[in-house]
Write a protein that binds this ligand. Sequence first.
Ligand SMILES: *Cc1c(COP(=O)(O)O)cnc(C)c1O
Length: 419
Amino acid sequence: MNLFRRPAPSLDDLILDAPHELPSESLMPTVARPAQVFVRGQGSWLWDSEDRAYLDFSQGSAANSLGHSPQVLINALAGQSQALINPGSGLHNRAQLNLVDRLCQHTGSDQGYLLNSGAEACEAAIKLARKWGQLHRGGAYRIISASTGCHGRSFAAMAASAGAGASRFEPLLPGFSHVPFNDLPALHAAVDAQTVAIMLEPIQSEAGVIPATEHYLKGVERLCRELGILLVLDEVQTGIGRCGTLLAEQQYGVRADIVTLGKGLGGGVPLAALLARGKACCFEAGELAGTHHGNALMAVAGVAVLDTVLANGFLQHVRESGLYLGEGLARLAYRYDHGQLRGHGLMWGLTLSDDCADAVVKAALHEGLILNAPQPDCLRFTPALTVSKSNIDEMLVRLARAFARVRTAQLQCRKGIAV
Ligand SMILES: *Cc1c(COP(=O)(O)O)cnc(C)c1O
């Protein structure tokens, strides 16, 4: 062995020549971020402080449903901020009443409530299910969710999610059990007398964009009806048109008792919603509140997004561009020998042939393309719902360059190790 040999270059060194520097050392390093600072956005494009343009196929993890700074959102926020930013959560405002009413009308829900984040909406769904359990199921409180699910990073959401480094924050909130996703017998076997609800994402995002099968979700709904327990669907990511219909549940032909929304609902501003149907509507005064819940400025953003998504032809466009994106990704995956493509509408996951997703994300950034990797071997694509075919074509060109860059680096790396 040659002790004086230089260490083999890391994959990062070979892919990127840019130095890694923190934009601010005062920022808590809870999320790994690249060094660039972003200053401007328009539609599917973002610009950094050096005026480099990036095509954004993450869009703030699917939050910017209409892309960056869409005119409808600018107008809604400007108009509302001049009239009234927030009278306070203890008083009515028009935007809140408007949004909740439209959400209920278009999703076939009886009641809705506005909150600040997806995790908060999931917490509220858990509270609502437990309240219902006390009223109608003799105090049953247990919630069954999927072992690879993700419902947010707050305590109840973390307990519902399992995994994801939660063990460092123990003790977690009790009353949750986890079963493998898309496994009906396992779910059935996990139900006991203390079970009050089953909580699932129709398409698991963090797990690597894994859709529920129709057989599974319909079976889960039937099981809930037979046992008289609640079905909670977390549509924080899949809702508001992301999958080509207003809610993903419509594609499955199922109807949950409680639905959570977030991300795309605000089009980039912090806004989430809890929807309840029929017997699940059981909150009373004093049981759920928050200083910024129903904030007029955020609610009006939700109205603007919802109006846009429900306008004639919009969801049709999402379905068509979703197919176009899926076909393009499948061609590229075939060319580079990568794996399986999964998704609906404009939410896609691509499994890679090895654990190089982080390297591809870095290489893509270098090529002016923003993506993210929910798993070490999976890339996720959640572009603006307004994405154009030419945006998709350009993204595929940049992604191909990123794949090639990583391939080359991997080969050099192997050679380096072999020296
Ligand atoms: C992002 C997400 C959450 C959490 O939403 P936050 O706004 O980040 O708290 C919950 N559930 C699902 C399915 C999500 O994708």
